[in-house]
Design a protein around this ligand. Structure first.
Ligand code: TA6
Length: 312
């Protein structure tokens, strides 16, 4: 089984708006709604790929109930910790040029008692899981060491932790040596306090994290694909097929799902990378984040180019 952990789930609303301008009233042309937050997106894609998955995290209020209902409709197993606050809404407004603007609420404040219950649930689920995937931002009230604590806890149970988060929470979690991390390029820049990074500089960071004990590192580069590196095996640039994106939100989450599905099925290193990139591209062709059409992945998979890099 694979567990996904979303500490700050959301109802993702996508608004199609003709012309988006600050200070104006906008009439929405089309609304779509989906259960979201990064880990829930990972769970949706894993489920579509035929993996046995459980989505957990902290959920509250009417929005929390709605998220559970939407997951039930998709037949996705979930086992959340209920909290007293209200789960958030995340808006993605896409204009007629296809440009997206995201507005993400902070989510509920979590009490120490609620956090303790979350840790206990993670420890329980980790005992039954081969992989535990942690994704997304932290809700209010949680310490920046939250992911560090959870990664440590699940890896003690023998499960492999996969982490996709940013900033101080990411830096702290590196100390617990997650099995895999997937920052995007902006997040790496943010961590290093750099505006620009050369490929060599990215290579140095990857080396550092490997030396720390991280087995797999994927730095996602948006439409340009990803740099993926495995400790003691080297690094690859994975270039996706060229597509006309409909909505790229959630492509990083689909990448993680594809990668973990590949690892869970004991696929080769190259196959895992290609499958992940194909999943990210397939996601970008859908209106809703975290949706994929499996046939598209099969079509894209052989089109993903792998170039060996000598950066590590
Ligand atoms: O990656 C896309 C997405 O998961 C959206 O579904 C949206 O809910 C948002 O990211 C949340 O991001 P955050 O980093 O705040 O957890």
């Amino acid at each position: 089984m694979i567990t996904t952990v979303t500490l700050n789930p959301a109802i993702d609303k996508t608004y199609r708006i003709r012309e988006l301008k600050c200070g104006r009233i906008h009439r929405v042309q089309q609304v779509t709604e989906a259960p979201g937050g990064k880990g829930i997106n990972v769970a949706k894609v894993l489920h579509r790929l035929g993996q046995q998955v459980v989505a957990t995290g902290l959920i509250g209020g009417y929005n929390g109930q709605r998220i559970c209902h939407l997951l039930d409709e998709m037949h996705i197993n979930h086992d959340f910790c209920r909290v007293s606050g209200e789960s958030r809404l995340c808006l993605n407004m896409i204009d007629d040029q296809g440009v997206g603007t995201e507005v993400l609420e902070p989510g509920p404040a979590i009490s120490p008692a609620e956090w303790k219950r979350m840790k206990d649930k993670c420890a329980d689920l980790a005992k039954q899981s081969s992989f535990v995937v942690f994704s997304g931002s932290l809700p209010l009230g949680l310490d920046q060491s939250a992911y560090q604590q959870l990664v440590h806890l699940v890896q003690q149970s023998g499960a492999k932790a996969v982490l996709d988060t940013s900033g101080a929470a990411f830096r702290a979690a590196l100390d617990a040596c997650p099995f895999m991390v997937k920052p995007n390029l902006d997040e790496v820049r943010q961590i290093l306090g750099a505006n620009m990074l050369t490929r060599e500089e990215i290579g140095q960071v990857i080396q550092e994290w490997h030396q720390h004990g991280v087995e797999w590192i994927a730095v996602s580069l948006g439409a340009e694909g990803a740099i993926v590196s495995r400790r003691d095996a080297g690094a690859w640039l994975a270039i996706p097929p060229q597509i006309e994106a409909v909505n790229p939100v959630g492509s990083g989450d689909s990448f993680v799902a594809g990668f973990v599905a590949g690892l869970a099925e004991h696929r080769s290193l190259e196959e895992c990378i290609q499958w992940a990139v194909a999943c990210g591209a397939a996601n970008a062709l859908e209106e809703r984040a975290g949706e994929i059409v499996p046939d598209r992945i099969r079509e894209f998979n052989p089109q993903v180019k792998l170039v060996r890099l000598s950066i590590t």
